[in-house]
Design a protein around this ligand. Structure first.
Ligand code: IPM
Ligand code: MG
Length: 361
């Protein structure tokens, strides 16, 4: 198999975690005899410095000619402050919108050797295997009006949590399809007791349910959902929710697996169940500027994102599984600082990447 990948290291710890992601990708390519052509692109603050915008045309061109984008992280105090003309992470939002990547899949799986890593009790996080499915191109992230203005009484600001029927339907269908390919449980998360956009969401989820009789649909209010995730996370299979709720609840859910450093993401235009598709793959965490350049960041979220890329954009399921197994084996003995436990060997970013790549070879 031959593939073209646009690789954006980005800012902060981005370049370090991407280096390990690429290391593992190369190990897989070698083992299974694939050829990936990697083209490095500037996305984020690094692009603002060079081109004056976080997503330059040069980058977009290359992304358009690629099968997938693999990305590190964007942002840092140099670019992101109230009043800045463009935040470094604007690029991430534009890529989602530009390529219509409306489904953001954030899987949380607890490796057996890591049940003691979470601040949540081991008997609760044991065997957790869920996906937070986040609507990725609509809602309050993109709805208009969206602005700040001045009035005689002081400053005002508005963001609009706007959803069309079509937008909700396509993401909820992805939820049903994903659930069908897994344990057949879908939880639709909203705030329908208060928000109009959520009432629409709730209605549509229940209208679609009869088309997927094999899937058990349940409903949770977003606030209650954050609590259920800590009390009975094993009960969840696929959780589908709006952009903002997905942003918040996916960070919470990552803690079940030990650390936000374990949470990958696949941003695609569908469920990925019915064939390969273009996608944007990045860890769900930020650029962690204070850890940058210190060889301490956990590269596993990025390495898991590489696995998701192989699965969703190239249809290489066995290769994806191979990465997952290599991680599972490696964390039995070696840990980065964020998932460190007594009796394990503490390693840095590069060593973690080396060990996972070795386990693959
Ligand atoms: C995420 C991040 C982004 C988001 C930021 C960096 C724009 O928090 O991918 O979860 O809010 O979507
Ligand atoms: Mg987030």
């Amino acid at each position: 198999m031959k593939g073209k990948i646009a690789v954006g290291p980005g800012d902060g710890i981005g370049p370090e975690i991407i280096e390990e992601g690429v290391k593992v990708l190369k190990a897989v390519a070698k083992k299974f005899g694939h050829e990936f052509e990697l083209t490095y692109v500037d996305i984020g603050g690094v692009a603002i410095d060079k081109y004056g915008t976080s997503l330059p045309d040069e980058t977009l061109q290359i992304c358009r000619q690629s099968d997938a984008i693999l990305f590190g992280a964007a942002g840092g105090p140099k670019w992101d402050y109230p009043g800045a003309k463009e935040y470094a992470n604007a690029a991430v939002l534009w890529i989602r919108k530009e390529f219509g990547l409306f489904a953001n899949l954030r899987p949380v799986k607890v490796y057996p050797s890591m049940v003691n890593c979470s601040p949540v009790k081991p008997e609760i996080v044991k065997d957790v295997d869920l996906i937070v499915l986040r609507e990725n191109t609509g809602g309050v992230y993109f709805g208009e009006p969206k602005k700040q203005w001045r009035t005689p009484e002081g400053r005002m600001a508005v963001d609009s949590m706007l959803y069309s029927e079509k937008e909700v339907e396509r993401i909820v269908r992805v939820g049903f399809e994903l659930a069908q390919s897994r344990r057949k449980k879908l939880c639709s998360v909203d705030k329908a007791n208060v928000l109009q956009s959520s009432r629409l969401w709730h209605e549509i989820a229940y209208e679609l349910a009869p088309e997927y009789p094999d899937v058990q649909l349940e409903h949770a209010y977003a606030d209650a959902c954050t609590m259920w995730l800590l009390k009975r996370p094993r009960d969840f299979d696929v959780l589908v929710m709006s952009n903002l709720f997905g942003d918040i609840i996916s960070d919470e859910a990552s803690v079940l697996a030990g650390s936000l450093g374990m949470l990958p993401s696949a941003q695609i235009a569908g469920s990925g169940v019915k064939g390969t598709t273009f996608g944007f793959f990045e860890s769900s965490h930020g650029s962690a500027p204070k850890h940058a350049g210190k060889n301490v960041a956990n590269p596993i979220a990025t390495i898991l994102s590489v696995a998701m890329m192989l699965k969703y954009s190239f249809g290489l399921e066995e290769e994806a599984r191979c990465i997952d197994e290599a991680i599972e084996k490696t964390v039995q003995t070696h840990r980065t600082y964020d998932i460190m436990e007594e009796g394990k060997t503490k390693v840095g970013t590069r060593q973690m990447g080396d060990l996972i790549a070795e386990a693959i070879s």
